[in-house]
Design a protein around this ligand. Structure first.
Ligand code: SAH
Length: 360
């Protein structure tokens, strides 16, 4: 067992099995041993690659999406451009560079980064030196006195989920406990638990024996908070993540280490842990809070509508000899068998009259 597994096993020995959500929180954000708190996981030399790390085009197009939204908002003199879970700060750096194409937007905006990891905050501060960027622990830390434009790429998939398994007796929560040898192992709550209102009744009723369903209370709470903020302050949000556009059943909890799948319980804090994002649940939460919801729309479709082909052609003309690189990045980001359809995008606005670019 690694040091964090020993800490978790001791907690379970004391107080009993913990939820999958508690396990994810400790594995990702434990102050001493957590995955995001202790390392820079991104890129070829790390564990996984995200869209902004694949190509500058991703952040640039999102920067232009934000600039367009600012115009549609009536060009407010001050706006917060906030990113949730900004990783290495690459998306924000690329977006700010693209925003310079519209100098009054760049002058109006203040970059804000919502980041839990002190280690990643340092990397972001280096990357964004001189940009005027500020940091917040959560949505509550963002300014309340001006419109907000919020971006989140692969943020919601890192939020802790709870899982429930269907047995003859009903739904039981999937927990992390200890096996006979004292190792971390999945267990079930004595239950049964009531899931009414947390997931559609039809989905629960139709689930076969041993089916697993997931909920992400933190994701819903953030979508609710975003909805309230956008209605009160004006603005919009763009959520990009891995997950199906409709509700489903199935265990989507996965660990990735050095670009390969890894046992979820084997080495907490040393592998990335994610779950599919339930876009229907996020959309419902934001809509209930009064926001207008656009999409979900496949990532490839949105990037195409935002003009990724033209951007790739411009970059290739300006950088002779790198055409193949831009073509490869474009097909990774938009290809139907690659990130183009596995990743979905959802936009939120404070009201129906502000139409976000790319969303019909
Ligand atoms: N958006 C980046 C990084 C995605 S990884 C990219 O596309 O490359 C997830 C990011 O969310 C990391 O920066 C991680 O530290 C941050 N994060 C995870 N849980 C968080 C939480 N509860 N609050 C704030 N940031 C969190």
């Amino acid at each position: 067992m690694n040091p964090l597994a020993r800490v978790i096993a001791a907690e379970i020995a004391q107080a009993g099995p913990i939820s999958v959500a508690r396990y994810m929180t400790l594995a990702l954000l434990d102050p001493r041993h957590g995955y995001y708190t202790t390392r820079d996981p991104f890129g070829a030399a790390g564990d996984f690659v995200t869209s902004p790390e694949i190509s500058q085009m991703f952040g640039e197009l999102i920067g232009l999406w934000a600039a367009d939204l600012w115009q549609r908002l009536g060009m407010p003199p001050r706006v917060a451009l906030a990113e949730l879970g900004p990783g290495r700060g690459t998306l924000m750096a690329d977006a700010l560079r693209a925003a310079r194409a519209l100098p009054p937007f760049r002058a109006a905006l203040e970059p804000w980064l919502v980041e839990a990891s002190p280690r990643l905050r340092e990397i972001q501060a280096d990357r964004l030196a001189g940009s005027g960027a500020r940091w917040a622990d959560d949505l509550d830390g963002l300014p309340g006195d001006r419109p907000l434009i919020v971006i989140a790429n692969e943020f919601f998939d890192a939020l802790p989920i709870r899982q429930y398994v269907r047995r003859e007796t009903g739904w039981h929560e999937r927990l992390v406990g200890l096996d006979a040898a004292g190792q971390l192992a999945f267990a079930l709550s004595p239950g049964p638990e009531r899931l009414d209102g947390m997931l559609p009744a039809g989905l629960l009723a139709a689930a076969p024996a041993n089916a697993i369903v997931e909920i992400c209370p933190a994701g819903r709470a953030i979508a609710t908070g975003l909805g309230h903020r956008l209605v009160a302050q004006g603005g919009g949000a763009l959520i990009v993540d891995y997950g199906p556009p409709t509700h489903g059943t199935g265990d989507s909890l996965q660990a990735v280490r050095r670009h390969a799948f890894h046992d979820v319980l084997a080495t907490p804090g040393e592998a990335d842990l994610t779950a599919h994002v339930d876009f229907v649940a996020l959309a419902d939460a934001a809509r209930d809070a009064g926001a207008t919801v656009w999409g979900p729309l496949a990532q490839g479709e949105l990037l195409q509508r935002l003009g990724i082909d033209a951007r790739a052609a411009t970059l290739a003309r300006a950088n002779p000899g790198r055409q193949a690189e831009f073509d490869a990045a474009m097909s990774r980001l938009t290809g139907p068998d690659q990130m183009g359809t596995l990743f979905q995008t959802l936009a939120l606005t404070g009201g129906p009259d502000v139409v976000p670019a790319g969303f019909p």
